[in-house]
Design a protein around this ligand. Structure first.
Ligand code: PMP
Length: 408
């Protein structure tokens, strides 16, 4: 991963007199010049609304906007760009599945299955759906090292299960879940499989056809793209039968005084003017990732975790959550230092220019399950280096010295 740093202007920032070490990639990633240029280029040269216009700019904008749909489809191994729905992000995509598919398919007595490691975005929509339909929400447990307990999954998923929804990779534990196996199990029981791919698509090759899942959601901003743009992918036959949720311009084929016909998917879900610049930025982000290759990105992150995990583990008082084996995880490392609140730890790291996150990471049930109120979280991405890992370790050691021994 040589020379990537030149592509990311923000990584030259000085923070508290230190060079920025950005390790908050699970929250959002930095944007390369190529993405910034694509957005700027659109606004400077092609800015127009899509679909409706016959003028040249409208055609150029539409070509780019629709071209990204094909790019996304290819990126995740989808059959057809018409299965790719633009959303604001993972949260909106998951909400739409729950509100549109869920409300029209679930009944009292049906069961929805999630796990204890879900982000609130893949939990609260299902809680709401359960409240609205009388369905029951059930949880798959975790093993002691924070993996999905597959034996427990076999008990929890039954013929009553209508929907199983899991994260592909956890934003706290870093663990990669065996989606293919769980999907097979869900399908054996006649349930559909929904996947929150927010922490997977940016970091490893994902093929929705190979996984055989029914819906897959992810966010552009976690994969070098801009905020406010994400993807809901769904099997065509499921999207076809789902009602739209937002009504207005763009999503209609014919409007009468009292009745309206809607377009086919994906357009029937995309009411109003879309985040055109965001979509174009996402397309540039996909080009950038493809140029390097997701296999290479995954290996790079794994090498960093293999390097940093034993060093972090060796610091007395540090507890790390999630699998011990780097091959089972992404570049997300959550940890606590005994006797130091994670917010204080993160503030101390920030003084060294090291940006990590602290808190419940939108996963309060998981915090409860782990018996903690919060953790610190360092999360690596393609532009991070071994030096960043060294600086993280040094900053943690400095913080430990400061808080526990009262000196630098
Ligand atoms: N799921 C997971 C696993 C996440 O990490 C996140 C973002 N932290 C989300 C869902 C929500 O993504 P967004 O805020 O982009 O909608």
């Amino acid at each position: 991963m040589n020379n990537l740093l030149n592509d990311f202007p923000i990584l030259q920032e000085i923070v508290n007199d230190e060079k920025l070490v950005y390790l908050d990639n699970a929250a959002t990633t930095q944007k390369p010049r190529q993405v910034l240029d694509a957005i700027r280029n659109y606004y400077e040269h092609d800015n127009a609304n899509v679909h409706r216009g016959v003028h040249t700019l409208a055609q150029r904008a539409t070509e780019q906007f629709e071209g990204v749909r094909q790019k996304v489809a290819d990126f995740i191994g989808a059959n057809n760009p018409q299965e790719v729905v633009y959303t604001k992000g993972t949260t909106e995509a998951l909400n739409w599945i729950a509100a549109s598919y869920g409300r029209t398919h679930l009944h009292a007595g049906d069961e929805i299955v999630v796990s204890y490691m879900e982000h609130h975005s893949n939990l609260v929509p299902w809680q709401q759906l359960a409240l609205q339909t009388g369905a029951k929400l059930k949880y798959i447990g975790l093993t002691v090292d924070g993996q999905l307990d597959l034996k427990n999954a076999q008990q929890v998923i039954t013929d009553k299960t209508a929907i199983v929804s899991l994260c592909h990779a956890s934003n706290v534990l870093g663990v990669i879940n065996p989606i293919k196996q769980v999907t097979r199990l869900a399908h054996q029981h006649g349930a559909i499989m929904v996947v929150d791919g927010a922490q997977a698509v940016p970091h490893m090759p994902v093929d929705v056809k190979e996984l055989d899942v029914d819906f897959y959601a992810f966010s552009g901003h976690k994969m070098l793209g801009p905020t406010g743009c994400g993807i809901l992918w769904g099997k065509k036959e499921l999207l076809n039968e789902m009602p739209p949720l937002e009504f207005g311009g763009e999503m209609i084929s014919n409007v009468g005084l009292y009745q309206t016909d809607f377009k086919a998917p994906p357009y029937k879900f995309e009411g109003g003017t879309q985040n055109i610049a965001g979509v174009i930025g996402l397309g540039a982000a996909i080009d950038y990732l493809n140029e390097i290759g997701l296999d290479k990105i995954m290996k790079h992150e794994r090498r960093l975790v293999e390097y940093v995990l034993p060093q972090l583990t060796a610091i007395q008082g540090i507890e790390i959550y999630g699998p011990k084996d780097p091959r089972q995880r992404t570049g997300v490392l959550s940890f606590n230092l005994t006797g130091v609140h994670p917010h204080d730890l993160a503030s101390a790291l920030d003084m060294d220019g090291v940006a990590v996150r602290a808190g419940h990471h939108c996963a309060q049930p998981l915090m409860k399950y782990l018996g903690v109120s919060a953790t610190a979280r360092a999360s690596f991405y393609l532009y991070n280096t071994q030096t960043d890992a060294d600086l993280l370790i040094r900053a943690v050691l400095d913080a430990k010295e400061f808080f526990l021994n009262g000196s630098f």
